[in-house]
Design a protein around this ligand. Sequence first.
Ligand code: HBI
Ligand code: FE
Length: 286
Amino acid sequence: MAEIAAPFRRETGPIAADHTISQNWDRYTDEEHARWDALFERQAKLLPGRACQDFLHAVERLTLSDSGIPDLERLSDRLERMTGWRVVAVPDLVPDDVFFDHLANRRFPAGAFIREAHEFDYIEEPDIFHDVFGHVPLLANPAYASFMEAYGRGGARAIEMGALPMLARLYWYTIEFGLIEEAGGFRLFGAGIMSSPRETRFALEDDSPNRIGFSLERVMNTEYRIDDFQQIYFVIPDFEQLLASTAIDFAPIYATFRLDNAYGPETILASDRVFHRGSQAYFSGT
Ligand code: HBI
Ligand code: FE
């Protein structure tokens, strides 16, 4: 395919049929590497005592901070020895079916570009800091690694059944914004939280959001917001049980599909295991 540069954040070189590109690690500027280091340092200060143990250990084991932006080939060689996962570079969001196919084959697609200085605190598209710092560490955990593969395998079927929004909610409330119970209390594991310094504090410490025990069906029927902090966070007991939840057939849940009348993110149900009933004060602007 011809070289397409214009709509992308960074010059990509040729784009393969599976939407992967060469990372072109040599072409990051010193300033871009320094931006990674600054983002890394900021989160490294906040995450001990907040991120789950497996995440913190994996950041060390994968050496995500030795030379600025990680070289995805070298990072993949380390990760592949642990769980068989590799990280591949993509220019931007890839189509759903392509995304699922990568995950089903234990390849995590990571945006190759890094956010600009003025986007330091908030960026909508997945850049390399979100994708690699946020998502990659837990792929070193065998149960989490298998959950991510199972999610990818489930994708094609969800598309066929017109139930993609339900499957996407599962991703959102676990992989992106999930909390986990540890001996010392609740900890973070969602990548969307790990790469956001403000949400790092908000998700665990703010009085506003609800914190509810994870249930597959509940999550699949709950709307989410993409433009602000979450109004509800779901707490899993451990990664083995998250993986076990994917062993059941999703089709009966898809049959209860409620796209227009799913639960709002502020809703608490009588059947919920409520850990924290949020004030929602942040969201009502009071
Ligand atoms: N592409 N690069 C990239 N990263 C994502 O997280 C992503 C994607 N394409 C589709 C997608 N996510 C979601 O629509 C699915 O999880 C449903
Ligand atoms: Fe993400």
